[in-house]
Design a protein around this ligand. Structure first.
Ligand code: G16
Length: 550
């Protein structure tokens, strides 16, 4: 890079000084914190996106400005790699160093050290595709990003306000456009709706129409986008009504609604009353997660979370593979420690499918799923997808169906692959997958729910002075620091039949998460609140102590 290019970077950087008192970290899903503190970080992510594109021989890199499920005042930014997957982890350290460079000269110094360590050819013109969600701080951050892109003369495409998974999809489409074998689709909203809509209609054709699906869009970007998807599908097979679709009023995003609220509180959105027999689902604020739910005839709430989606998808795929008669085409499942114990037993003992555990964060699950022929990965919070690896594709191509039934099963596997956004977990594509399976099986949500009964579980948040003192091992299920705290957790767990609990620092919120499971609801709550109380007392709890369980 020439001296004048570095001078230009330093000049632009001067417009976006780093707040002196904040240390940024590239966490579970990129940078996330209070939106108005992120201007310098987002500017610098623009620079990093340019370098990442050059390091990938000019392929397009994605930048998404969003804080997904977080409260409205937060914002965030993350990079998307060429196949639409999360940024390669070895670059996360570069992101953190860049975000924390104290001065404009330091920014230039970090930039040149990355160029040197990665052997980047800076003569390549970088390409970046970017988008944002509906947060009030997003336009300001977008302007900072555009300065970063301009500083390194990036060829950029602005996708405006789209869901996070849509941006992942666009990036993959752009980078595969020239390959007949790998071409993923048209990199536009219309192309996205056309691809997923057509695959859905192909799979459900001829089956009875389902009842209406009520979609809580968390007052986020999923609302306008799912309406466009419904317009494109334009069929009684996709009869939806959007609830919590207000993206204009301040203070509404993810507030008392959305997938995170529903999963964490184990109840419907505050603004909604459920009618027994009706079907409901919730997206989160950027529509990368989805959970389903319904009320039974007594009005009791029932949640169908990421584990239930995962087992539904795995069952359907396993049965199709068997019907297709393709030998040695394996289906496997990836979960995290948050997976309900009943779901894991069901996968192992009833479905007889292999299951592996990964750390929280879809980037970790994605890599494990890639090792399986057909890898189904979902976090309990509703974030996940299904991957068909190269081995699976080869087996599908080589398949020699011996009967019309086998030919139909092979055709359905291909169609399912077209229905699934393999680049990342995607609420809209996952919803079409669930709808397809339910329509094909003729199932209500209650029938889907019958597969297994969840163990009572509880997820709590504890705010502490410094969550970075929490260190974990064993797929984040065991604390190695603060010293002695894991022993306390173990002693509490031992008191409850079938008890399980773990503590880990969140990578997206300034909090420590406590998960607990036990044989009964009251044991589970008692365990969760006891562990949360111990964390608060022994590791610098701030604000209100988690309420004692009564
Ligand atoms: C992000 C990640 C998810 C993760 C979640 C919570 O979701 O993409 O994989 O489960 O954060 O992570 P943590 O417990 O570390 O805060 P989203 O929907 O917010 O992008």
């Amino acid at each position: 890079m020439t001296t004048s290019a570095f001078t230009k970077v330093a000049e632009y950087s001067g417009k976006h000084p780093k707040p002196a008192d904040i240390t940024f970290a590239y966490g579970t899903a990129g940078f996330r914190t209070i939106g108005e503190t992120l201007e310098s970080t987002v500017f610098r992510v623009g620079l990093l996106a340019a370098l990442r594109s050059q390091s990938k021989q000019g392929q397009t890199i994605g930048v998404m400005i969003t804080a997904s499920h977080n409260e409205e005042r937060d914002n965030g930014v993350k990079l998307v790699d060429p196949m639409g997957e999360m940024l390669q982890q070895s670059w996360e350290g570069y992101c953190t160093s860049m975000a924390n460079a104290a001065t404009d000269d330091d920014v230039v110094a970090v930039l040149s050290s990355i160029i040197e360590s990665e052997g980047i050819d800076v003569s390549i013109r970088p390409k970046v595709a970017y988008a944002r969600d509906t947060r009030p701080s997003s336009p300001l951050l977008q302007a900072a990003l555009e300065d970063g892109l301009a500083a390194l003369d990036v060829e950029a495409i602005n996708y405006g306000i789209v869901t996070t998974p849509q941006l992942h999809y666009f990036v993959r489409c752009i980078n595969t456009a020239d390959s007949a074998a790998a071409a993923y689709g048209e990199p536009t909203e219309a192309g996205y709706n056309k691809k997923y809509g057509a695959a859905f209609l192909r799979l459900v054709e001829g089956k009875p129409h389902p009842s209406k699906l009520y979609i809580d869009a968390a007052n986020g970007v999923g609302a306008p986008q799912v309406r466009k998807l419904a317009e494109a599908i334009n069929s009684p097979y996709f009869n939806i009504e959007v609830c919590n679709g207000d993206t204009e009023s301040l203070g509404k995003l993810n507030m008392g609604c959305g997938a995170d609220y529903v999963k964490t509180n184990q109840r419907q959105p505050a603004s909604m009353t459920l009618t027994p027999g009706d079907r409901y689902c919730s997206f989160d604020g950027d529509a990368d997660r989805i959970v389903y739910y319904y009320a039974d005839e007594h009005g009791s709430f029932h949640l169908l979370d990421g584990d239930k989606i995962s087992t539904l998808a795995a069952t359907y795929l396993r049965d199709l593979v068997s019907a297709a008669g393709i030998e040695d085409l394996q289906v496997g499942v990836v979960q995290t420690a948050y997976a309900n114990g009943s779901s894991t037993s069901y996968i192992k003992d009833t479905l007889k499918l292999p299951t592996v555990f990964a750390k929280t964060g879809v980037k970790h699950l994605h890599h494990e799923a890639e090792k399986m022929h057909i890898g189904v990965y979902f976090e309990a919070n509703g974030h996940g997808t299904v991957l068909f690896n190269a081995g699976a594709i080869a087996k599908l191509r080589e398949a020699k169906p011996q009967s019309p039934a086998q030919a139909d099963a092979v055709e359905r596997l291909w169609a399912l692959r077209d229905l699934i956004n393999e680049s990342v977990g995607d609420a809209m594509s996952d919803m079409l997958l669930v709808e397809t399976i339910l329509i094909c099986k003729g199932w209500t949500l209650a029938q889907w729910d019958e597969a297994y009964t969840d163990m009572p579980s509880r997820l709590l948040k504890v705010v502490v002075n410094d969550r970075t003192i929490f260190k974990t091992t064993n797929a984040e299920q065991t604390l190695t620091a603060p010293k002695g705290l894991q022993d306390v957790v173990d002693a509490l767990v031992a008191k409850f039949p079938r008890g399980r609990s773990f503590v880990r620092p969140s990578g997206t919120e300034d909090a420590v998460r406590v998960y607990a499971e036990a044989a009964t609801r009251s044991d589970c709550d008692q365990l969760a609140y006891s562990v949360a109380g111990a964390v608060f007392d022994k590791a610098g709890g701030r604000g209100e102590r988690p309420a004692e369980f009564i």
